[in-house]
Design a binder for this molecule. Structure first.
Ligand code: PEP
Ligand code: MN
Length: 347
């Protein structure tokens, strides 16, 4: 990782640095951070000669070589100074609540608009809504391109930034055209490295946040972090790690709750952790407990499915969505747990 003396390199400086790095069979990736731009060396950066030549340039402060497979995500990386902001919240400083329907029903767009206003009133700072859905069977509802208009209308009316899941390049292109504020990589694509690379590239210059869910199998924290490393290596440091339950194993819960992974992720990375309790336990009655546990474990936020009238919803909503009044009470309680997090966890 190359750190310039000034906030960014000039065009000529960038060219000189790129030439050096490429002559050692590496490539250079600019990552625009809030403090300053960082220039990641992608490839084998062990050559002393390369480092000496780079550090010999008057405009270079230093070259940091972190000996870790997730060197960009690592706590000791310069990116730990990077601040991620959305909906008026600076991650890590205040609780972030993302809420909204699992699925936008194209036959009933007004329901989503009503939900959007209600979750805003409840205290959510980002609105979620599934336009395209990853479904286990091809016979289930797969989503509808038209719903993106509904999501944008809800953003216009409420002023809330929006999060939608993308599963392929076509959906990514539509989401980028629509200038969505956050894209979600769902659990099924959590290890789709080719898509992760494309998302890093597509979002590198436009400030889009990426909510990366943890994959469904019980992979190690380092595997999850490596998936995020792909997005950052593509040029976008605005990544949020989202545990959402792993393989089902407990009768009664949809998946195996994994909010307890949060301190491990925080020990190894600088990235904010935003837990999804809805897909983890999978039933509205259990969601508040899982959300509270997430904050107690030190999470920076939660992503909760909420619907104005869950029984009229499609997708996961009838089972696991909270009504906005329950969401509102929960957000107040999570606010009190936030001080617990500050007391026992490293920022
Ligand atoms: C969702 O958020 O609605 C969703 C399908 O998430 P996951 O990928 O965690 O199942
Ligand atoms: Mn869902």
């Amino acid at each position: 990782m190359i750190l310039p003396r000034e906030k960014t390199l000039s065009e000529d400086q960038l060219k000189e640095v790129t030439d050096i790095v490429e002559s050692f069979n590496c490539s250079l990736q600019t990552i625009i951070g809030t403090e300053r731009s960082i220039y990641a060396i992608l490839g084998d950066e062990t050559s002393e000669t390369m480092v000496n030549r780079l550090e010999g340039l008057a405009y270079i402060d230093r070259v940091d070589r972190i000996q870790n497979q997730n060197k960009l995500m690592h706590r000791s990386s310069e990116l730990s100074r990077h601040k991620i902001r959305i909906g008026g919240v600076t991650l890590g400083e205040e609780l972030l609540v993302i809420a909204g329907q699992c699925t936008v029903d194209p036959k009933n767009p007004n329901l989503f608009i009503e939900t959007a206003h209600a979750v805003k009133e409840a205290g959510a700072k980002v609105l979620r809504g599934g336009v395209w859905k990853p479904r286990t069977t091809p016979h289930s509802f797969q989503g509808d391109n038209r719903s993106i208009e509904t999501v944008l209308e809800a953003r216009a009316q409420t002023g809330l930034p929006v999060n939608i899941e993308v599963m392929d390049e076509d959906q990514l292109a539509i989401a980028m055209d629509a200038k969505v504020d956050m894209v979600q990589i769902g659990t099924r694509n959590a290890l789709n490295y080719s898509l992760l690379k494309k998302i890093g590239k597509a979002t590198k210059d436009n400030g889009t946040l990426v909510l990366l869910k943890r994959s469904l199998h019980m992979g190690k924290p380092s595997e999850f972090i490596s998936a995020a490393e792909y997005i950052v290596a593509g040029g976008n440091p605005n990544v949020l790690l989202c545990p959402r339950g792993t393989a089902p194993g407990l009768d009664g819960y949809r998946n195996h709750p994994d909010e307890s992974i949060t301190p491990l992720l925080k020990e190894q990375t600088w990235a904010p952790v935003v837990v999804d309790p809805s897909h983890s336990v999978g039933r509205a009655i259990y969601v508040p407990f899982c959300a509270a546990a997430a904050i107690a474990y030190g999470a920076d936020g939660v992503c909760i499915e909420s619907h104005i009238r869950p029984q009229e919803g499609i997708g996961d909503d009838p089972k696991q969505s909270l009504t906005p009044d329950v969401l509102k009470d929960l957000i107040v309680e999570l606010g009190s747990l936030w001080s617990l997090k500050n007391k026992f966890h490293r920022a």
